[in-house]
Write a protein that binds this ligand. Structure first.
Ligand code: A3P
Length: 317
């Protein structure tokens, strides 16, 4: 059928036509199950429960956008495949991390591509936990969730959006108002974080919760923990031989952004005709860059909101 759904399945187009939408970002966002999505991602996520079959040995890298997805993809891929490739013939020398670990909801080949990947699969998603296909929790597969300080996430979102829409770039005040109201792709930011946080408390062996700032301040420690979580711990020999160190350096923003593949070329954005420069995924990669873009009032306002939303959950970012 034209909508790819069998008669017993929900046709995404029919459902999407009934949902609230909001303008403001480079493409309209659609509200579905209390989160905002761009149309292409939502279409896949509506089809995913019927078309995506989770496997027990899948690893899902989950992030709210602009939390360091590109970094996590590079690190997890390099750790998991370190016995297959050397640093001289590594896929990340010629392919952007976005491409090496496909997104469940916005991969060019769609869900069929993900379905055909050989096991064990490394898949990424921006999808909130409550919108993921339900079979994921019961399959026993691993989830690594990476979060990031909200003001840095917001500033990164704003820059990225400007690179997607150069003709009419959104101003920081408009972007802030949308973010503050929870209206960002895959937002609200706080509910995205909270859902995975709660899941990691309930199922710590299956859901690892990591902070961007933690990797930034102690990458060796986090990469070792990541390897253990993925079931491929570093041996003492590897540690002594400096392999963890090599992984960290290989995946650093400084080395990735200097590769030709990440300096040139682009990815076609799934929900618009825009080509996103690969270089847009490697902007600054710092902690606390928000001070260069947000005024004190704006910063405090977001801090207060997120603090309020996280209250009682034990989550602090
Ligand atoms: P900034 O815009 O603050 O620089 P995502 O990958 O989820 O889209 O997030 C993008 C953010 O992660 C950008 O943040 C980008 O610079 C940063 N980033 C990308 N690769 C990185 C790396 N290897 N190390 C640290 N940060 C990285």
């Amino acid at each position: 059928s034209p909508c790819e759904a069998t008669p017993s399945e929900v046709c995404p187009e029919t459902l999407i036509a009934t949902l609230p939408t909001r303008e403001g970002w480079s493409t309209p966002l659609i509200l579905y199950k209390k989160f905002w999505f761009r149309s292409a991602a939502l279409r896949s996520l509506i089809l995913a429960p019927a078309k995506f079959v989770p496997r027990h040995d899948d690893t899902i890298l989950a992030t709210h956008p602009k939390s360091g997805t590109t970094w996590l993809k590079a690190l997890a891929f390099t750790v998991a495949n370190r016995h297959r490739y050397t640093f001289a013939d590594h896929p990340l020398l010629t392919r952007i991390p976005q491409d090496v670990v496909p997104f469940l909801e916005i991969t060019p080949g769609g869900l069929d591509y993900v379905e055909k990947m050989p096991s064990p699969r490394l898949i990424s998603t921006h999808c909130p936990f409550s919108v993921l296909p339900p079979g994921i929790s019961s399959s026993g597969c691993r989830i690594v969730y990476l979060c990031r300080e909200p003001k840095d996430t917001f500033v990164s979102r704003w820059h990225f959006e400007r690179s997607m829409c150069k003709a009419d770039p959104i101003g920081i005040n408009d972007a802030f108002n949308l973010f503050y109201e929870g209206c960002t792709p895959y937002g609200p930011f706080w509910n995205h974080n909270l859902e995975y946080w709660k899941e990691s408390l309930m199922r710590p062996k299956e859901v690892m919760f990591v902070r961007y700032e933690e990797i930034f301040s102690d990458p060796l420690k986090v990469v070792r923990e990541l390897a253990s979580f993925l079931g491929v711990p570093f041996t003492e020999d590897e540690v002594q031989g400096g392999v963890v160190d090599q992984v960290v350096r290989f995946c650093s923003i400084e080395s990735l952004r200097n590769l030709d593949v990440n300096k040139t070329g682009g990815i076609e954005h799934a929900a618009s005709n825009v080509i996103i420069d690969h270089s847009s995924f490697f902007r600054k990669g710092k902690v606390g860059d928000w001070v260069n873009h947000m005024g004190k009032d704006m910063a405090e306002k977001l801090d207060r909101l997120v603090e309020d939303k996280f209250k009682g959950s034990g989550l602090e970012i």
